[in-house]
Design a protein around this ligand. Structure first.
Ligand SMILES: Cc1cc2nc3c(=O)[nH]c(=O)nc-3n(C[C@H](O)[C@H](O)[C@H](O)COP(=O)(O)OP(=O)(O)OC[C@H]3O[C@@H](n4cnc5c(N)ncnc54)[C@H](O)[C@@H]3O)c2cc1C
Length: 267
């Protein structure tokens, strides 16, 4: 079993492969998507453990088993069920009967707002489940460019974290009178002037808008586009898009013998 990607999904797959008395090898290169986050949450028994520490502990657990791990990027995948060949970046090859693709995704963030990327995982987060409990009741913000009726439920959900919700829409929101009244009644602040800068502060972020207004917030929620890190699924002809790999309930892709796990299978 060749497991490509040594993040949370890949190392879990490696543990089960070893415990299932199957021969497995992990090839991984590059940081986990989790790397920028200081204190990830929601992982039983390890709530708040920094991601690098978490992955180091996972590696130490795997040391008890016979699962070789290569620090190398897979650049090419060819072959078919029971006879796959992976080419590594140094030109070496690995042969495998089965493949697990656990190469993760990357978050493509808007480039035109200085500070947004730099604060990713610190003052800027994408997931209120991962980072929300910590800032409950405080001043929070949501970056929702092109705000329209489809986003109203998302706004109301974020208000569960705190009633003090500022929404940055960059342009005039496309909302009807009923929705505008609802957001007004709920005390949600809308700023439609473009967000032009995000600065990290001791307690979160300072947001600056094109009209000169500024606001201090404990967190800014923003969503990047999640794009697959690798096109290995496509190389093998698996059904996949730029964003995710299609699997059946057994995690198998459309190509027999090729499985996928972790963020790569999310939409
Ligand atoms: C800012 C932030 C905060 C988050 N906070 C939380 C949280 O609090 N709680 C939570 O549960 N989740 C959180 N997440 C989500 C979490 O990071 C992901 O769900 C998780 O990392 C997915 O694990 P994975 O194994 O699928 O991918 P990853 O962890 O990204 O691992 C994939 C690995 O494969 C490697 N790789 C890619 N291409 C190749 C290749 N061609 N060859 C070899 N290796 C390759 C990558 O470099 C990486 O090391 C957060 C995400 C972000 C961005």
């Amino acid at each position: 079993m060749l497991i490509i990607g040594g993040g949370f999904a890949g190392l879990s797959a490696a543990l089960y492969t070893a415990r299932g008395m199957k021969r497995g090898i992990v090839c991984s290169a590059g940081p986990s998507r989790h790397a920028p986050s200081l204190h990830p949450h929601g992982v039983l028994t390890r709530d708040g453990t920094p991601p690098t520490e978490f992955l180091d502990m996972a590696q130490a657990e795997l040391d008890r088993y016979d699962v070789p791990r290569l620090n190398s990027r897979v650049v090419q995948l060819t072959g078919q069920n029971t006879a796959f060949i992976a080419t590594l970046e140094n030109g070496e090859t690995v042969q495998a009967r089965k493949i697990i693709l656990a190469t993760g995704v990357r978050d493509v963030l808007p480039e035109n707002i200085p500070g947004l990327r730099e604060e990713w995982g610190r003052g800027v987060h994408h997931c209120p489940y991962c980072y929300g409990w910590e800032v409950q009741g405080g001043p929070i913000a949501l970056y929702q460019p092109g705000l329209n009726a489809d986003h109203v439920q998302t706004l109301l959900y974020h208000q569960k974290i705190s009633p003090d919700l500022l929404v940055c829409s960059d342009t005039t929101p496309d909302l009807n009178a009923v929705h505008r009244q609802l957001l007004h009644d709920r005390g949600i602040t809308l700023i439609d002037a473009p967000l032009v800068e995000v600065k990290g502060t001791a307690s979160g972020v300072q947001l600056t808008f094109a009209d000169g207004r500024t606001s201090e917030r404990s967190v800014l929620y923003a969503h990047g586009e999640r794009v697959l890190n690798a096109d290995l699924a496509q190389q093998l002809g698996c059904e996949a898009t730029e964003f995710s790999i299609t699997v059946n309930p057994g995690q198998e892709t459309s190509v027999p013998g090729v499985y996928a796990a972790g963020d790569v299978i999310q939409n």
